[in-house]
Design a protein around this ligand. Structure first.
Ligand code: AMP
Length: 221
């Protein structure tokens, strides 16, 4: 049997990271967030981090060449042998075409778009905080940590992302429209695309995604 490969697409704040992490726990396959990998490189002040920082702070995309390489290397690791969930990659049609070449004929490939009301995203993002240690995602309205500024899961310190500021968010939303929206048509033409309403409570959205993955697998059996 091939790998289970799930791509999550959605505007900033749609809940890609939250849902990818929930599915990871259910399916026991890793979540790969290119944003987390880049933020880690920035905090470690590596060459990659220095190249990416200006683009990320401006709300622009990092070069395709860089993220394609990050993902190609990451999915070679042993923990991806049974599959993986991509959170924030591909983000351009060029990335999708490069990634497509890494898929084998036996792989079960799913693309899930989390559809949300764009008017609500700025509020969601300015109220978001993440754990510095494990990357768990909180929201000060809908997923409040039990203790202020402390991660429920690992006890790490919570922080606001530097790109979760109103001006940068507006630019990230424009970038999504220009660069990532065309991906939806690209994947529709492959017949692997599913849209899920991301405005509902977290558990309901997770349940629908898992049902989509399960029903597609059942049809193939
Ligand atoms: P995210 O954590 O997915 O919201 O990503 C944060 C930032 O990292 C984005 O605004 C981009 O600057 C950069 N980034 C993450 N993934 C990609 C990607 N696949 N292609 C280009 N840039 C990316």
């Amino acid at each position: 049997m091939g790998r289970r490969v799930v791509v999550m697409i959605g505007q900033p704040g749609a809940g890609k990271g939250t849902q990818a992490r929930a599915i990871m726990q259910q399916l026991s396959i890793p979540q790969i967030s290119t944003g987390d990998i880049l933020r880690d490189a920035i905090s470690r002040k590596t060459q990659l981090g220095m190249e990416a920082k200006a683009k990320m702070d401006a709300g622009d995309l990092v070069e395709d060449r860089i993220v394609n390489e990050i993902v190609a290397q990451r999915i070679e690791r042993d923990d991806c042998a049974g599959g993986f969930i991509l959170d924030g990659y591909p983000r351009t049609v060029q990335q999708a075409k490069v990634f497509q070449q890494t898929l084998g004929v036996d792989d079960q490939f799913f693309v899930i778009e989390l559809a949300v009301d764009s008017g609500k995203l700025i509020d969601r993002l300015v109220r978001r905080c993440i754990c510095r240690s494990c990357g768990e995602i909180y929201n000060l309205d809908s997923r409040v940590p039990q203790q202020q500024d402390v991660c429920d899961r690992c006890g790490g310190a919570l922080m606001h992302r530097t790109d979760d500021r109103a001006e940068t968010i507006a630019e990230r939303l424009r970038t999504f429209e220009a660069e990532t929206f065309p991906l939806i048509e690209f994947y529709r033409s492959y017949g692997v695309y599913h849209q899920v309403n991301g405005m509902r409570p977290i558990e309901q959205v997770t349940g629908e995604i898992l049902a989509i993955l399960e029903s597609a697998l059942t049809k193939r059996r």
